[in-house]
Design a protein around this ligand. Structure first.
Ligand SMILES: NC(=O)c1ccc[n+]([C@@H]2O[C@H](COP(=O)([O-])OP(=O)(O)OC[C@H]3O[C@@H](n4cnc5c(N)ncnc54)[C@H](OP(=O)(O)O)[C@@H]3O)[C@@H](O)[C@H]2O)c1
Length: 341
């Protein structure tokens, strides 16, 4: 059994990692740590894990102690914090799957601008592999450090890839309207995330200012082979989990709905976690809840200049912990769907 450590085990993605990994046929969770005053059994912290795991969660006092009992380390830590620990685990010969944004942006200056901190291990940024299996599976297989993608970027990149890769749309005019549930913001209390602030409400925030902007641009640019221009409008909706992204493209050539659907079906034909909806059907957050699926639906008409792609993921599933487990499966040559289907 592969010995697994989760750092940041008391957060939302930490909890989801535990929920997935306790049932994984090839894995044993050997270490759970966070920023915590005194050790506490994880099933007391998350009572839904009661009866499924009996392990203390302790303060992350010593990287050496965690490394001594684990082979792979999931960092479910806030950005800016992960980069303090990733180099130490790597130095000790452990593989690292980082759920934060610290190693996702290849341009360190861009990272520093958006995350307002000096990067402490820019050399590792270049070695890190962006952990989106549908695009980087071969590189993930060989990686020591995987930068697990952000939640919004996952659904948006998967929803855009076939069109951009084939040059079928205008890359200077991509509009993304995306809606997320609240767990995307993590478990820490914040006034604007209170039930009373959110329930019965729907609001846009951080238009073209969201920290996922440069990550989306980086990957869409890689796919298109030229610089893309996006407008990104994120929204908060009164849901616990899930992201629905509606992406508006301008076609650069005539394309009907059947052709577009065939393009997507063909692009994702070997992918276990991307499901393309039939004509006239569109993804729903409910249908990807607590799964590692990304569902994609398409609308266009032959005579229309516009093509709309809608993608749905669970932000804690394919948008975080599920995808991290998928990456681990690839790195260790396990069945890619192990623990996830
Ligand atoms: N939530 C999502 O949907 C989502 C999706 C994709 C990616 N991500 C990324 O995944 C990472 C984790 O997100 P999350 O939502 O799980 O956040 P979270 O709920 O706020 O959890 C963060 C965890 O990190 C721990 N922590 C913070 N500082 C620490 C330190 N110095 N040493 C040890 N542990 C420390 C926290 O412990 P305490 O609680 O004790 O402080 C907690 O266990 C973030 O970088 C986030 O951007 C999140």
């Amino acid at each position: 059994m592969l010995k697994v450590a989760i750092v940041g085990a008391t957060g939302y993605t930490g909890e989801e990692l535990i929920r997935l990994l306790v049932d994984h046929p090839k894995v044993k969770i050997t270490s759970l740590t966070a920023k915590i005053d005194k050790p506490q059994n994880i099933s007391e912290i998350f009572s839904r894990l009661s009866g499924r795991i009996d392990l203390q969660c302790a303060d992350l006092e010593s990287v050496d102690d965690v490394a001594a009992i684990s082979q792979v380390v999931f960092l479910a830590l806030p950005h800016r914090v992960s980069m303090k620990f990733a180099p130490q685990f790597l130095q000790l010969g452990r593989k690292v799957i980082d759920l934060s944004a610290d190693y996702r942006l290849k341009d360190t200056e861009l990272y520093e601008k958006w995350y307002k901190v000096v990067h402490s291990s820019p050399d590792l940024v270049q070695k890190a592999v962006y952990g989106l299996p549908e695009l980087y599976r071969a590189e993930i297989k060989k990686a020591d450090l995987v930068a697990n993608p952000g939640c919004y970027p996952t659904g948006i990149i998967l929803g855009s890839a076939p069109l951009l890769k084939n040059g079928f749309v205008d890359v200077s005019d991509i509009i993304i309207d995306a809606k997320t549930g609240l767990s995307g913001a993590g478990r820490k209390a914040a006034l604007d995330l209170h039930f009373s602030e959110i329930t019965g409400n729907l609001k846009a925030y951080k238009i073209n200012q969201h920290q996922h902007m440069p990550e989306i641009s980086q990957e869409l640019t890689n796919l298109a082979g030229e610089s893309v221009k996006i407008v990104f409008v994120p929204h908060l909706v009164p849901l616990n989990r899930g992201i629905l992204s509606t992406i508006y493209f301008k076609k650069s050539r005539k394309m009907g709905l059947e052709e577009a659907l065939d393009l997507y079906k063909d692009f994702y034909k070997d992918e276990p976690f991307v499901r393309v909806k039939p004509s006239g059907q569109f993804p729903q957050i409910k249908e990807v809840f607590e799964t590692n699926f990304c569902d994609i639906g398409i609308w266009t008409e032959q005579q229309s200049d516009t093509l709309i792609v809608i993608s749905a993921i669970d932000n804690l599933g394919k948008g975080a912990a599920g995808q991290a487990v998928q990456n681990m499966n690839i790195m260790y040559n396990f069945k890619e769907t192990a623990g996830l289907l």
